[in-house]
Each structure stands twice: as C-alpha cells, then as structure tokens.
Design a protein around this ligand. Structure first.
Ligand code: 3LM
Length: 397
C-alpha cells in the first residue's frame, strides 16, 4: 500500500513495509553480510545494475531499506540512505558533493564534530569552508562564489538554539546558482517538527542516534534527498569513500523507534516548554534559549518553520563555571551526559564536551559561552524534571 499521502502517524508506522515469507508483522532482521545469487550471470547482472536485487549489505539490505523508506517518506524526499552514525551520514554526503578546490559555506555554530570535519578534515584535501553567521543573509551573499558547492547548516543550531531561516537561505543560494546544494542537519527537529526539503533545501542529514531512534541505544545517521544524489551517496560515497554502513540490527531498532516519533516529539516539546517557562522565571537563570519563548530571538522564524519549538533548551546561570558545575552535579533525576533525544533528560556542558573541538576563540565567535548548559528534555513527568532543577537552582538564587 502506498502511504505517501497519509497522515504523519500512519506514514511513520506503515511506510517501507514489505511482505515476508512468514507473514511477520514486524519486519525480520536480515542479519547477513552477503546475498546468494542464483547464477554467476545473475550476480554479474546485479553488479551491472541490469537487475534489481541485493548483493552485499554495504550496498543495501532489506532491514536497512525499511528504515530508509520510512525516513524518505517522512522527510518528503525521493530517497534516503542510512549510515552508521550521524557523522557517517554527514561525511558521506559532503564527500559525495565536493572535490579539491571547491568551497562549502557553513554556519559558524555547528555540532562540534561537524565543525571539526569541515575545519580540520576536509580542509586537508583542498576543500575550504567559509564559516559565517547565516542568520544575517548578507553574510551568505558575501560568502557565495563560483567555487561554492554546498551551503551547510543546522537549525536550531547545536548548542545555542540559534534559528536559521531555511527558505531564505535556500532561495538566496539557489538564486546565486541553482546547482549549489543546500544541506540541512535536521537532527534537533526531526521531520515531525520541520521539513527542510519542503522549504527549499536539497538535502537533509540527521544523527538518527537522537530523536529518530529515540531510545538511546543506537548510533545511526541518514541522508535524505533526490534520487540522483542519494544514489551517488550509496554507490560511491558510502560504498567507496566512507564505508559507514548501518548494521541490520541497528536499522531494525531505528525503524522500530520511528513508529512512535510523533507522540514522543509532542511530549518532548510539551515538557520543554514547561521547563523553559520555569527557567525563565527563576532568579538563578540569566538567559534561556528556547525557540518557544517569545523572548528568544529566533522565536518568529521558528514559529513559521517548525510545528512545535522542540525539546532542546540552553541556558546560562547567574554563577561562575565552578558553581554551575557544582549545581549540575547535584541533579538526581536528570543525567549529566552528552547526546540528546532520549527518554531520559540529559544535561551537558558544550564548551568542555560536545563543542570541545572548538578553540576558545572559535567558541566565542560561534556564540557558545563558557557557562552555557544544554538540556535535552526527556519524557519523564514534567513536574519531576522541574523539581530536580528547582532543588539545585534555588540555593543559587
Ligand atoms: C551531542 N551530537 O551531544 P552521531 N549532528 C548533530 C548532532 O548533535 C550530532 C551529530 C550530527 C551529540 C553527540 S557528542 C560526543 C554526542 C546536530 C551528535 C553526529 O555521529 O550519530 O553522534 O551524530 O550534541
């Protein structure tokens, strides 16, 4: 059954389903590295692309295809490619887009390892990245050149929650040259909250480790976009350049997690809004970055391009770094840990953890202050999350 025109919940549950010999409701895990050919000729035909069918799990696997089919349909893309991690997806997509001499324009506030890939990785192979603040569209106009191949950004940005206008950035880049690939990391939102392709972007990448899987037990990534690009990523980028293939078991867990994406995101967002409002009213908190607060700079753009303001909050306390750390160490319900999008509320310190790949000067340029604390609001009862923070913040007020 084609579910493309059904509602989001129906698509997340039913997209990608195929029949199996036992009639199992949940797709089997095809835990196999290779696939038998009926003959030498058939193997040759599959390698030549003259016949459809599986060859080897680095090139495709039925369980992985299920997760890919769901994500393509949910993001509104023609096709999707799963990868072994978010960084596997991002590196595969970028390696498949550039060659020595090309340029990438990226927002200056990015997940730490993406920043490192661009600044310390691709730069070694003759690919230069121009980092700029894409919230001012004049910066993009200045940075665009005949060498630009990709415009890359996250929104909301990890970890400052800066919101970028996807439609405006995509239009500006495409007006300059339609061939420029506008690539958006949609990890913080998932397709339930935001659909970059519908807003004019060409490619979406994700750390599927986060909300998409949603249970903190998988490292995975995905690229979504047009058939030609995904095919290039599959048959060259992932196959030959990175080899960052998702295992069938992790693909199974990802497809399983996706079935409840909408209800989890609704709860993450409802909890985050309550917690953000609590922080905003608390005297120990000097700054709250949450797209759902009218006081937050990115509020209007977020309201336009996101269904709900998300489950991530960043904040600063009226305390020095040591006192901030001491307070966080006293949390009992919430866990001090990197990563995000899990059932558990996770709290981390970007300057020393997720963004320690930035130098002190680079952190400052990216707007990531020394005292910034990032919270991935979980699915617990919101009163319990708030009580945990209240107990450690009250003594600071
Ligand atoms: C983190 N982030 O805690 P993986 N894109 C975004 C991300 O946030 C991440 C990736 C890509 C965190 C991971 S830090 C050691 C833990 C917006 C990951 C990369 O390769 O699946 O980890 O995704 O912010």
């Amino acid at each position: 059954m084609n579910v493309k025109n059904k509602g989001f919940a129906t698509r997340q549950i039913h997209a990608g389903k195929t029949e199996n010999s036992a009639g199992a409701l949940c797709a089997p895990i095809y835990q196999t590295s290779t696939f038998a050919f009926s003959s030498v000729e058939q193997g040759g035909a599959r390698f030549a692309g003259a016949e459809q069918g599986y060859i080897y799990s680095r090139l495709g696997n039925p369980t992985t295809n299920l997760a890919e089919a769901k994500l393509a349909v949910l993001e509104g893309g023609e096709d999707a490619l799963a990868a072994a991690s978010g960084m596997g997806a991002i590196s595969t997509a970028l390696w498949s887009s550039v060659a020595a001499g090309d340029e990438i324009i990226a927002d200056e506030t990015l997940y730490g390892c993406t920043y490192s890939l661009l600044e310390h990785g691709l730069s070694r192979f003759g690919v230069r990245t121009v980092f700029t603040d894409l919230s001012d569209i004049e910066n993009l106009k200045k940075a665009l050149s005949e060498k630009t191949r990709v415009v890359y950004f996250e929104t909301p940005c990890n970890p400052t929650m800066k919101v970028l206008d996807i439609a405006l950035i995509a239009k500006t880049a495409h007006d300059f040259h339609p061939g420029i690939r506008v690539m958006v990391d949609n990890t913080f939102c998932t397709p339930y909250l935001q659909q970059p392709l519908a807003l004019g972007a060409d490619t979406v990448v994700h750390s599927a480790t986060k909300y998409l899987n949603g249970h903190g037990d998988v490292i995975a990534g995905v690229i979504v976009g047009d058939k030609e690009f995904i095919n290039r990523c599959r048959t060259f980028g992932l196959k030959d350049l990175t080899g960052a293939v998702l295992s069938p078991f992790d693909a199974f867990l990802l497809a399983r997690g996706l079935k409840t994406l909408d209800i989890r995101m609704e709860r993450h967002c409802a909890n985050a809004r309550k917690l953000a409002e609590f922080f905003e009213a608390h005297p120990a908190v000097s700054k709250v970055c949450y797209p759902g607060l009218a006081s937050f700079e990115g509020h209007e753009i977020a309201a336009r391009q996101m269904r709900l303001p998300g489950g991530m909050i960043s904040l600063e306390l009226n305390a020095d770094r040591a006192a901030t750390a001491a307070a966080l160490n006293k949390l009992e319900l919430c866990t001090v840990a990197v990563s995000l999008g899990d059932a558990e509320t996770l709290v981390e310190h970007p300057a020393t953890m997720t963004h320690s790949t930035y130098s002190a000067g680079e952190l400052k340029a990216a707007g990531i202050s020394e005292g910034l604390v990032r919270i991935s609001v979980g699915l617990e009862d919101p009163e319990d999350i708030i009580a945990d923070f209240k107990a450690v913040l009250d003594p600071l007020a």
